[in-house]
Design a protein around this ligand. Structure first.
Ligand code: PEP
Ligand code: MN
Length: 367
């Protein structure tokens, strides 16, 4: 996938925050929020205009007329402006209004037809030279369901349209049971995304993960600790009167105190102590591999013995006894017993596989 690190990262310092209301509701609410946020140093303003709501009849956004309000934000504060798009018409209108950043919402990412429609419109605009391929940034939220391929697939569709400035937003995954989070973070999914697409900029949306004001700070800090490049946080001038997502929106003042509390982990990739620790890890991994190799050799030896004396490969009593002993040893060494159990299972599975290979081979026992 031809994706470049996001240029918008350059307009901000160490890590960046996109902030603004869930929805633009009026010119006044939009502008006042933006001005307060801008005075805190926020450089990118978000506001939803077309709102995908679960229930018909709830507030579905102000639509196209809000584009003018966003333009006013840009003129009066110099902030970059961002809004959500879900179809061809939204894309066309937002581009015409020179919105800098478009994001694809979680419900839309889950629908390849809708994403393709957006990608086709972007491609048409690039080919007809209405926009330049680097002029527009597209952020793709994760799909509502925890499906990494669907998320990557959506970004591929946008990349295939010729867009290079693509980023991902982690906003959590929906769940039927209501628990602490509105949307479960499943952190391993964005981590795996980063492993599969290393050059991708990933930011975190703690507002939609937590669904509650109090969770914004801890989720944001966790995201920064894990190396996310930025945050998208919903902020409203009067959250209690917000027309959408009122439980999770915070005032610009609250955002300011959160931003002051957040610790941004700087890259210490080349520090001496980290290099030394990594060297030790490399050495230990090498020792682990040597041990595993020795262990497998003995296991094969046992396999040959079992074959010769017609003893079955798997002996549950021996296995259970071994697991119980190792787990109690692990607890004494402060290693998590569940983790040790997983490793032992994998090692045992491989031993059994190798012994069965010996059982099935017709070669002589010394080979
Ligand atoms: C939003 O950002 O306001 C929004 C609707 O987000 P999501 O697609 O993550 O639900
Ligand atoms: Mn919202």
């Amino acid at each position: 996938m031809n994706i470049k690190p996001l240029d918008i990262l350059r307009v901000t310092e160490k890590s960046f925050v996109i902030a603004g209301p869930c929805s633009a509701e009026s010119l006044e609410q939009t502008l006042t929020t933006a001005k307060e946020l801008s005075s805190l140093g926020v450089k990118v303003f978000r506001a939803g205009l077309w709102k995908p709501r679960s229930k018909p009849g709830s507030f579905e956004g102000v639509g196209t007329k809000g584009l003018e309000w966003l333009q006013k934000v840009k003129e009066s504060t110099g902030m970059l402006i961002a809004t959500e798009i879900a179809n061809t018409i939204h894309t066309r209108e937002a581009l015409k209004a020179q919105v800098d950043i478009l994001w694809i919402g979680a419900r839309t990412t889950a629908n390849p037809f809708a994403v393709q429609e957006i990608a086709d419109e972007l491609e048409t605009q690039i080919k007809s030279k209405k926009i330049k391929r680097n002029q527009i940034t597209i952020l793709v939220k994760n799909p509502v369901n925890p499906d990494l391929d669907l998320w990557i697939g959506a970004m591929e569709r946008i990349a295939n349209a010729g867009i290079e400035q693509i980023g991902a937003i982690h906003r959590g995954f929906s769940t039927y049971e209501k628990g602490l989070f509105r949307n479960l973070p499943h952190w391993h999914i964005p981590i795996e995304l980063k492993r599969r697409v290393p050059q991708l900029t990933i930011i975190c949306d703690p507002s939609h993960i937590g669904g509650r004001k109090e969770l914004i700070h801890p989720i944001s800090q966790q995201a920064l600790n894990m190396g996310f490049s930025g945050l998208m946080i919903e902020s409203h001038i009067e959250p209690e009167r917000a027309l959408s997502d009122k439980e999770q929106q915070i005032t610009p003042k609250m955002l300011k105190s959160i931003m002051e509390l957040l610790v941004v982990r700087e890259s210490i990739d080349n520090s001496e102590s980290l290099t030394e620790l990594r060297r030790e890890i490399d050495e230990l991994d090498q020792m682990l591999l040597n041990l595993l190799s020795k262990r497998m050799a003995i296991s094969r030896e046992i396999g040959r013995y079992k074959k010769e004396y017609s003893i079955p490969v798997f002996q549950p009593s021996r296995y259970n006894h071994m697991v119980i002993r190792r787990i109690s040893q692990a607890s004494e060494l402060m290693v998590d017993p569940d983790f040790v159990k997983l490793i032992l299972q994998a090692i045992h599975q491989e031993s059994v596989r190798q012994q069965l290979e010996i059982f099935n081979s017709t070669k002589n026992k010394n080979q």
